[in-house]
Design a binder for this molecule. Structure first.
Ligand code: PLP
Length: 384
């Protein structure tokens, strides 16, 4: 494997040098004044990124911990919850619901389909409502970014609490926690938030707090009130991953300095560049050819090529890491992430590696056009 490595996966994602430098600083004590300064600023910045006036709870966990916290704090055994799933991560939400003894109903789509608010409304109508609706914003396994605004509205209309897995979308594509009436947004540090894995966040609305007081599910580490109460004193109930909080604070500063709207526009352009480049090579997209799909592009492996083998070969030969297909898509697609600390030259590098890797694998692809087309698409997108 070449020494120079390129990480083009939709999580973990590349980490900016300033964030890496912050990680290398001596560890500070989590109950001392130095940490309080960082903690406050980091929590304030999270509010801005989540676009909420409500609470944002910060956990040392992977993103799934924030998802689990939502079920543990909102639901009681036997509560009916409806999950909307069209891929790997939607199915995870159903699994968490079942683990907590909820009566899980699934509005299930083929992997790669985009969920519709009308379908959700009619399923809720059939069910006579649900305690909570669990949604995936960016289904990272397929590249589909769902219209969470419309889905949340349909769920609210039916009187359900709305929980959104925004682990790969927060900071990359628009998400309005308060304006869209989302009760819980779950996210993680290692995707568009440009920080290594290890921190999870959950925003909690007023209605979610009320539901949490009635929930009888067992919980301790993930009991929201325990963390809220401690955070309100800029303390933490359990030792946080101090260095990661320091790093996240720096990363959020970089994101907010760019501006959320500018970051969203950049991600749209990166998505277009990636899709146009892949198509120019003659490849078929698995994810929708749509500006909403700005997080990750899933591409079908051409005839006769195993996507997993391609991903391994790119890593071995060029030090380039792409994401393989998950679940039913294993071996059939490969995925190029384009979120966080990412620019158009990351897209062109990924495409160039794919082109070379596929040519070496004997695939019938068009050489010498993908990079130019990607650069052009990136420029064209800036003008619209
Ligand atoms: C990455 C991801 C997760 C899982 O997050 P972990 O940090 O691995 O627990 C869940 N949902 C989506 C949509 C993701 O992209």
């Amino acid at each position: 494997v070449p020494e120079k490595r390129y990480l083009f996966t939709p999580g973990p994602t590349p980490v900016p040098p300033k964030v890496l430098a912050a990680l290398a600083e001596p560890v500070i004590h989590h109950r001392g004044p130095d940490f309080k300064i960082v903690y406050r600023r980091c929590l304030d910045r999270l509010h801005e990124v989540f676009r909420t006036e409500g609470d944002v709870l910060l956990y040392t966990a992977s993103g799934t911990g924030a998802m689990e916290s939502a079920v543990a704090n909102l639901c009681s055994p036997g509560d009916r919850v409806l999950t909307v799933s069209a891929g790997y991560f939607g199915e995870r939400f159903a699994k968490i619901g079942r683990a907590y003894g909820c009566a899980v109903e699934e509005l299930r789509y083929e992997w790669g389909e985009s969920p519709s608010a009308d379908d959700l409304a009619s399923r809720l109508d059939e069910l006579g409502g649900a305690h909570a609706v669990l949604l995936t914003h960016s289904e990272t396994s397929t590249g589909v970014v769902a219209d969470v605004h419309a889905l949340a509205a349909a769920a609210k209309e039916a009187g359900a609490l709305v929980v959104v897995d925004a682990i790969s979308s927060l900071g990359a594509v628009p998400l309005e926690t308060d304006a869209w009436g989302i009760d819980v947004v779950a996210s993680g540090s290692q995707k568009a938030l440009m920080t290594p894995p290890g921190l999870a966040m959950a925003s909690v609305s007023q209605a979610a707090w009320e539901a949490s007081r009635r929930s009888s599910s067992p919980r301790m580490y993930f009991d929201w009130e325990t963390t809220r109460e401690a955070q309100s004193r800029l303390d933490a109930p359990f030792t946080p991953a101090v260095s990661l909080v320091v790093a996240l604070d720096v990363a959020l500063g970089i994101l907010l300095e760019e501006g959320l709207e500018a970051a969203f526009a950049r991600h749209v352009r990166l998505g277009r560049a990636c899709r146009e480049g892949a198509k120019a090579m003659g490849l078929e997209l698995f994810s929708p050819d749509d500006d909403r799909s700005a997080v990750v592009t899933a591409i079908r492996a051409p005839e006769g090529v195993d996507a997993d083998e391609l991903v391994l070969a790119l890593r071995d030969r060029f030090g380039v890491t792409l994401a393989p297909g998950q679940g039913v898509l294993k071996g059939r697609v490969f995925r190029i992430g384009h979120i966080g600390y990412y620019d158009v030259f990351d897209v062109t590098t990924a495409l160039a590696a794919v082109e070379l890797g596929l040519a070496e694998a004997g695939a019938d692809i068009e050489r010498g056009v993908a990079v130019t087309r990607a650069l052009d698409a990136y420029e064209e997108a800036a003008r619209v």
